[in-house]
Design a protein around this ligand. Structure first.
Ligand SMILES: [Zn+2]
Length: 501
């Protein structure tokens, strides 16, 4: 990788249905994607972070009917609520698509359809099945729990109609091959193994259209068949390339898909099959490159219960940001959910993390450092190249942080990556507690070197923190940057405590 030719990375989130306002579970995915994007940009990569909304769903139509609002008005309002997350959550999003409104999307979906037809992969037949609108997918009786959707607990609707099918069965061996030979990496590995087991059970061809009547006229018409609209998942998956101009102007497609070094999809565990089987088969059929990585996160629960609009168990992410600040919200989302397994959110846990690790940990270190610079050096930035006494362990921790964070993010392990940052803050606090520089006289021979060590540590910590908490990192850097007159800004807390002492 040379300076002239940086690594090119296309990074996507899934597109949420806009049947409701955004919940914290989707924000988890957005924040994870943002961290990876910021981290890779910091390493010199050219990154395009893409997200959007999945507008063309029957689920959206039904929710609009329930709300007594026109579908267009309803979808526009909820899509706007998703777009409005970017600024308060400090998300560095480069590209947003709305599948019902972006002029590039429909021609791209039509192009993908024609590519499948040209490959001999599409055919029409009568179909009867059990459909969950909540999931927007058919279930086999064996996949149901007591006759109900395993995800929604509702009885699926029997559907009998003439649909277009995609010859998914044809791709069983090739999908298995790309998932096992390193072409497409799924993390964590447990999730890849689930998909391999699904493949071993045998793939059936996939219905990829709906009657216009059942779709209530909402969706993208099947090319050449006015009685059908494209299955919402087939339409939604295509967004990853239609947003780059597939089927319209393919300049961006060349750069960010075909020519990219890494094509990374972030997905929740519930939609992995769509990405790791159906989407791969669609791309193989169309002769397009596959994603290089599919990174799978689990779910959040809220006070021990599944986040669900129907039970009212939801929390508005923007209310949390308003109440606790973006750093505290991002920190909890990155710090607590394990790599595998659900995580339970409570406000008390968020407050505890932020108080313990941001206010007491980092805030305390920075406050003491800047206060000492003011009291002992009269607000002049410490300037010496000599190492502080007994600083070997601290420098070792700082030197190791880079590799620890790189390895953790390489494993898609945000908890381990943020733990690496927490660990260097702890090492720096231990150092200042051991040395006790506040007891030094103004003429103490080690004073300048100790303060320089702390000062440089704070700046290095801010650098490591940047992809995770860009706002807090910027405030730490500002506190450790002399003004044009050479004065260090007066100490101020970078992170206030949120809970009771
Ligand atoms: Zn369902």
């Amino acid at each position: 990788m040379s300076m002239e030719d940086p690594m090119t990375v296309y990074l996507t989130t899934t597109l949420p249905f806009v049947n409701a306002r955004p919940h914290l579970g989707f924000v988890l995915e957005l924040v994870q994607a943002d961290v990876l994007a910021r981290y890779l940009r910091g390493r010199g990569a050219a990154v395009r972070l893409h997200t959007g909304t999945d507008d063309n769903s029957l689920k959206n139509v039904l929710a609009a009917e329930t709300a007594g609002v026109g579908v267009r008005e309803f979808v526009d309002a909820n899509a706007a609520a998703f777009t409005a997350l970017a600024q308060p959550l400090s998300l560095s999003i480069d590209s947003v698509i709305r599948t019902s409104a972006d002029p590039r999307h429909r021609p791209g979906v039509e192009q993908l359809w024609r590519a499948g037809a040209a490959a001999g992969d599409l055919y029409r037949r009568h179909y009867e099945g059990l459909y969950c609108v909540g999931c927007e997918q058919f279930y086999t009786p064996g996949e149901l729990v007591d006759g109900r959707c395993p995800d929604h607990g509702t009885a699926p609707q029997p559907v009998a109609e003439n649909n277009w099918f995609f010859r998914l069965s044809r791709y069983q061996d090739e999908v298995r091959r790309v998932l096992t030979d390193g072409t497409v990496r799924i993390e964590p590995i447990e999730r890849r193994n689930e998909i391999l087991a699904f493949l071993d059970a045998g793939l059936e061809d996939l219905s990829i259209s709906r009657s216009v009547a059942r779709a209530r006229g909402w969706g993208i018409p099947v090319p050449g068949d006015a009685t059908q609209v494209v299955y919402v998942w087939w339409d939604a998956l295509a967004n990853y390339i239609t947003a780059l101009g597939y089927g319209t102007d393919e300049t961006e497609l060349q750069r960010w898909w075909i020519g990219a070094d890494r094509r990374i999809h972030l997905v929740g565990k519930g939609v992995l099959r769509f990405h790791a089987v159906y989407w791969l088969a669609a791309l193989l059929s169309a002769g397009l490159p596959l994603p290089t990585e599919i990174l799978v996160h689990d779910y959040l629960t809220l006070d021990g219960k599944k986040i669900s609009k129907s039970t009212g168990n939801v929390i508005d992410p923007l209310d949390l940001v308003e109440k606790y600040g973006v750093d505290a919200v991002r920190w909890w989302l990155l710090r607590e959910p394990p790599r595998l397994g659900d995580a339970d959110f409570t406000e008390a846990r968020l407050v505890h993390r932020a108080d313990d690790e941001l206010a007491n940990g980092l805030g305390n270190l920075l406050n003491r450092t800047v206060s000492l610079v003011h009291r002992k050096l009269d607000g002049r930035a410490p300037s010496t190249n000599s190492l502080g006494p007994q600083s070997e362990k601290l420098y070792e921790a700082l030197a190791a942080a880079d590799a620890r964070i790189e390895s953790a993010l390489g494993d898609y392990d945000f908890r381990a990556a943020t733990e690496a940052v927490r660990a260097i803050v702890a090492a720096a606090n231990r150092y200042v507690n051991d040395i006790r520089p506040w007891e030094f006289d103004a003429g103490h021979p080690d004073l300048e070197a100790v303060l320089a060590t702390l000062w440089e540590s704070c700046r290095a910590i801010a650098g490591h923190l940047t992809p995770f908490l860009p706002d807090l990192a910027a405030r730490v850097t500002a506190q450790c940057t002399p003004t044009p007159t050479g004065r260090v800004p007066l100490p101020r807390p970078v992170q206030r405590r949120l809970g009771a002492a």
